[in-house]
Design a protein around this ligand. Structure first.
Ligand code: ADP
Length: 398
């Protein structure tokens, strides 16, 4: 049966007489055997560095001590220490040589005159042994590769499981936060409706004075706005998660947009001074509705976390040629270690817990700005206030 080329094994024969080497080479001629011959210890050593041999046949009759020294060197090197060595020695000095051979690391002996059958069968035993151990090493390597792949798979599985667990926790927290955030305006409205039905039931129309009706409508509007905003935010988060947040660009004057938005805000937040400094002519292709949403988020944060101090909205050109929209407050400020995480969904700082919110505004805002090819960054010092800067490319390819 023919063997694959990879089954070819190498054999080293060392003898200082070239005619002996030729005779051995002729004797061992075989397709599956690659015989390398050396006439000196140095030559043998350089072959040993180059090849991986299954067996070395060392003549110790003529090369005398040189053969034994070579055996010692072979045993002494980590690369060749396990190479089986067969000493070829003269039959008449059998005992002395075998003894010394053993000391120097021989594993077997062949005696001269060489018997062709004995040489061949001995070489066959060692080459088979070599093949088997090579095969075993291959199997071990395959097993190791399979084990590593298995380990890798397990790591991936564990990671997926962790992610799943985290997603479940986020979902649970989200559900409880949504219920909480919806419950507040809903219970205010429910109480109001119950009160009004009671009054109507009793025919108490005097209760519905023009001032009271005015404040009722105002309150209803606020509760409805807060619930609508909550639902819009949740829809936006879902769109962002599915990569479906759409941007509809049109020519937009950023200064004008800022002035209108701040004017709308000022109607509802009469107690806090709101200022606008907007350069003229900052016009680009942006989704005005979405940019207004960003500004509303930043402004309402400035008002909620600004401790009643003035909030400034600026519009201009940044040094890098981008349009700049900045909202600066003089309130709580944000610790350096929190300045990145507030842009993640549901992240709220301890100081903000007392005011309503779901920790979605900045997450959505950053995504909207990024969808325009821009950036949203914060600069803040705890206790001194925060400045949120939006940078927008003037052209769509930015
Ligand atoms: P929300 O305000 O609804 O909690 P945001 O995503 O807008 O959600 O903000 C996340 C968190 O970042 C807030 O809860 C608050 O802790 C912090 N934060 C945002 N803006 C400011 C600000 N101007 N000053 C101080 N902290 C802020």
């Amino acid at each position: 049966m023919s063997r694959p080329a990879t089954d070819v094994v190498k054999l080293l024969i060392v003898d200082d007489l070239p005619e002996n080497l030729l005779a051995l080479q002729a004797l061992l001629r075989d397709d599956q055997l690659e015989v390398h011959a050396a006439t000196s210890g140095e030559q043998a050593l350089s072959l040993l560095l180059e090849h991986e041999f299954a067996l070395a046949l060392l003549d110790v009759q003529r090369s005398g001590m040189a053969g034994l020294e070579l055996a010692e060197l072979i045993r002494g090197s980590s690369r060749t220490m396990h190479l089986p060595i067969v000493f070829v020695s003269a039959a008449d000095r059998e005992h002395g040589c075998t003894f010394r051979g053993c000391e120097h690391g021989a594993v077997d002996f062949l005696f001269k005159p060489l018997d062709a059958y004995a040489v061949k069968s001995k070489v066959r035993v060692f080459t088979e042994l070599h093949r088997k151990s090579r095969e075993l090493r291959r199997h071990v390597a395959e097993l190791e590769a399979a084990r590593a792949a298995h380990e890798q798979l397990l790591t991936t599985l564990r990671k997926t499981e962790d992610e799943l667990q985290r997603a479940l926790t986020v979902r649970d927290e989200f559900m409880s936060m949504v219920s909480h955030e919806l419950r507040t305006p809903l219970s205010v409205m429910t109480l109001d409706v119950a009160m009004r039905s009671g009054k109507l039931g009793k025919g108490d129309f005097a209760y519905f004075s023009p001032e009271r009706l005015h404040s009722m409508v105002g309150r209803d509007g606020r509760q409805l706005r807060s619930m609508t905003r909550l639902i819009d935010d949740m829809l936006d988060v879902s769109r962002i998660q599915h990569g479906k947040l759409s941007i509809r660009r049109r020519r937009t004057d950023l200064g004008e947009l800022a002035r209108h938005t701040v004017a709308d805000f000022a109607v509802h937040y009469r107690d806090v001074p709101l200022h606008v400094q907007a350069a003229a002519g900052i016009v680009g292709d942006w989704d005005d509705g979405r940019i207004e949403q960003v500004l509303v988020n930043l402004l309402s944060n400035g008002l909620r976390y600004g401790q009643g101090k003035p909030v400034l909205v600026e519009v201009g050109m940044a040094a890098d040629g981008m349009a700049l929209l900045a909202v600066t407050d003089q309130g709580l400020g944000i610790e350096p270690q929190d300045q990145q995480r507030i842009f993640e969904q549901f992240e709220r700082l301890e100081a903000a817990r007392s005011s309503p919110g779901m920790g979605l505004g900045l997450f959505i805002s950053r995504d909207i700005v990024r969808a325009h090819g821009g950036s949203l960054q914060v600069h803040s010092r705890p206790g001194e206030g925060s400045r949120f800067e939006v940078r927008l490319p003037m052209t769509t390819e930015g």
